[in-house]
Write a protein that binds this ligand. Structure first.
Ligand SMILES: *Cc1c(COP(=O)(O)O)cnc(C)c1O
Length: 364
């Protein structure tokens, strides 16, 4: 926090902007994956694709998980070795698939026959892994309905991929983003074990298990620490997947805590019984996840009377309400408000709706 305050004090950039702290990124990178044997970490670029952030992460011994030609373009600009890139998007655009193959990426996820056929044509002989559907209960940003198949279909798809000349090597799942329910990994790994056993009977050896993302960070609620989650996962993996390469694809857990939004209070009002606070970053230009239930922590510099606030963004859309019942000392219009743990899924979701520009990112 000192680094953030010092930075703000010594720069006169106009808010809103996002500060991303290098030291925090470094700590997260050294922590994540440490508790899991045979693991490799692939940062999920969609959480924060800022070029400076990626450039910094590229200094470490990690890989990247991407889903689109835009994300590939960022990595290719930095000459990231294709061996360090995987794509876990089960339904890829034609343009992305062709570019990914051209760039030399080897690993591709899928969860349908149509995708096998697409890959057989545009990504022949590539290593492929099937996405399993797993419970997402207890994760604040579920990802299960759109993708994933059940055990039997997963096995059939692996067989089909082999028939089509692809190299079926693995299984993946995603327990849902911001998942604080450790049991989801348990169920998911157990399902993956069943796929592995059935695939083996069909002559397919599972060499890789990709456990996706989902590690939670602390916003306003306590979450289990990564060490605890990894200890649990590792125990299961040692039992069921002792000789398998383990891939992890954290997004939020890498960049979330490292980011602080610096925003300005642009208005105050009393509407009925509610105190409203209007700030210059909102649902459309950075805090989209607030509508999915993410509750951020705020800091204001005021020593005024504590009140409950409804916090809203700058646009004219009534959807643009970030939070309610937030207890804060009454701040002055024109003063700053800091929004903590804002490094993930903020700028990457932001639009210029209503003419409010997307906040800049500064790596500090
Ligand atoms: C978004 C995503 C991730 C990252 O998820 P987090 O919850 O941010 O860790 C990892 N893998 C895939 C396939 C994703 O879609």
């Amino acid at each position: 926090m000192d680094r953030v305050l010092n930075w703000i004090a010594s720069h006169d950039d106009e808010p809103p902007y996002l500060l991303v702290d290098r030291e925090t990124l470094k700590e997260k990178i050294s922590l994540i994956g440490k508790g899991i044997k045979n693991s490799k970490v692939f940062y999920a670029v969609k959480a924060n694709p800022d070029i400076e952030v990626i450039k910094y992460l590229n200094n470490f011994n990690i890989g990247f998980e991407i889903a689109s030609e835009g994300e590939l373009a960022i990595l290719s600009q930095l000459n990231v070795n294709p061996q360090r890139i995987i794509t876990s998007n089960p339904i890829k655009t034609f343009k992305f698939l062709k570019e990914a193959v051209k760039y030399g990426i080897d690993y591709y996820a899928f969860d349908s026959q149509a995708e096998v056929e697409k890959m057989a044509r545009y990504a022949p002989n590539k290593k492929v892994y099937v996405r399993l559907s797993v419970p997402n209960e207890g994760s604040e940003w579920p990802l299960s309905k759109k993708f994933g198949v059940e055990i039997e279909e997963a096995v059939e798809l692996l067989i089909y991929a082999k028939q089509k000349g692809l190299e079926p090597v693995g299984i993946t799942f995603h327990v849902g983003s911001q998942c604080s329910n450790i049991y989801n990994w348990h169920t998911a790994i157990d399902k993956a074990r069943q796929v592995k056993e059935l695939a083996k009977k069909a002559g397919i050896e599972i060499k890789m298990l990709n456990i996706g993302g989902g590690y939670p960070i602390e916003y306003t609620k306590k979450v289990p620490p990564i060490e605890t989650i990894e200890a649990k996962i590792n125990a299961l993996l040692e039992e069921y997947f002792p000789d398998t390469d383990i891939f992890i694809e954290p997004g939020r857990a890498v960049v979330g805590d490292a980011g602080v939004f610096v925003s300005r209070i642009i208005g105050k009002a009393k509407r009925g019984n509610e105190n409203w606070l209007y700030i210059d970053v909102g649902v459309f230009n950075g805090l989209m996840e607030s509508i999915g239930g993410i509750k951020y922590q705020y800091i204001v510099g005021s020593r005024g009377e504590e009140k409950h606030w409804t916090i809203a963004g700058p646009s004219c859309d009534s959807f643009d309400v970030i939070d309610k019942e937030v207890l804060l000392p009454e701040p002055d219009v024109g003063s700053l408000i800091l929004i903590l743990a804002a490094g993930a899924y903020t700028i990457s979701y932001a639009s210029e709706f209503n003419g409010f520009s997307i906040p800049k990112t500064f790596l500090i």
